[in-house]
Design a protein around this ligand. Sequence first.
Ligand code: ATP
Ligand code: MN
Length: 479
Amino acid sequence: MSYQPIKHVLTAAEISQTVTVRGWVRTKRESKNAIFIALNDGSTIHTIQAVAQPGQFAEDLLKLVTTGSCVAATGTLVESQGAGQKVEIQLSDLHVYGTADPDKYPLQPKKHSLEFLREIAHLRPRTNTFSAVLRIRHALAYAVHKYFNDNGFYYLHTPIITASDAEGAGEMFRVTTLDMTNPPRNEEGAIDYKQDFFGRETNLTVSGQLEGELGALALGKIYTFGPTFRAENSNTTRHLAEFWMIEPEMAFYELEDNMNLAEDFVKNVIGYALEHCADDLAFLENRLKEEEKTKKKEEQSELSLLEKLRFVVDNNFERLTYTEAIDILLQSKPHKKGQFQYDVKWGIDLQSEHERYLVEKHFKKPVILTNYPREIKAFYMKLDEDGKTVRAMDVLFPGIGEIIGGSQREDDYEKLLMRVKEVGIEPESLWWYLETRQFGTAPHAGFGLGFERLVLFVTGMGNIRDVIPFPRTPKSADF
Ligand code: ATP
Ligand code: MN
């Protein structure tokens, strides 16, 4: 007997055929005339109903079929009399792979809070919400690779263990094999990393960009898509300690080209999800509608999830400079009424409340901000002519804030060296990076998209911990 995914049986299998499906029991209902078992195997958000006659199977076997148990169900596919499904399986054979003691199985068929589900991350993929999120996450990852492949980019694998701190932010996880209870010391009494595995201090990468640039200056257009680690103690709904970042890097691209690519790329992958994840998005849209009802009227979103996604795909992103954005914020009601927590003036690093005002209240669409003050941006961004701002671009999304950070890179050796020193990085530690500006330098640009922030936006989930299978956050690395 060959098994079929439930998705296939529900949509494509022929009536009166004998089918076998395997999956986990969502519910079992018994009435006078029949026993109904709803099964899900993860291939689709939908369950298939398997129907048995009373007395058809031994009580001892039926007792084992409870919510969470795993079974194989064989029977004839028939048109369903009941509401909610077109077809169902008239059972002829039932096999139980694994039971789930109803007194102990935590995922009972009722509404569980997302907070509770985080505590059982090993089981939450069996819920409708998480299976939908994970299938969409998969589709988006595929769309990312497809987009770049279709557009002449090469997938470059940049290292995960690194000796450089790309952002200069110092929020890195150390990688070491030294005995931390008794580490070797040098003459100054400090830990002697010369004796460590790599003969130097190493960390988990915060970004693949610097190595990505090396690739772009040889292959033309590359992208990375890999895990990224930040030991920042940001307990927000938008930060993880381990997240996946997509970083394209392109030779001969200037800031404008970079913006065009970012916009086209994001629209394209969201469009892919709209086209290929209709069932899961419809489920999440309803979930969100229910959630919205519990909110105050003025906090309710005007657009449904699908409307929001289509809006992003169909409309141009608003483009303006940081300086123009500051002017808008200075003229804004919340600024004048003192409602922003952080003060607004030229030179500040925009806070999430400022970004969200621009996107959600002022423009009501995604925004690309450019030409930030050099003091608040990384050393590798290309200086503007005035020397005060750099060719940075941040893409800001409704409900999320920054989803992409990028820039045209400084391609002038002297200027780059000056900036490296200015921010206090030892030029020797970046000799290989600096050399690319001495040997055949070229204008180039790139950006980083936090994959989970994209998944957050597309799924309409509220917390980044709920769009990655096993979140890593301060004080939390179970599972
Ligand atoms: P933020 O200001 O939101 O912390 P950032 O300026 O530190 O972001 P970048 O260093 O520019 O972010 O990284 C590029 C992208 O990576 C961001 O636009 C965002 O989408 C994502 N990102 C950054 N930090 C995190 C994190 N801790 N968890 C998840 N995604 C992140
Ligand atoms: Mn950050």
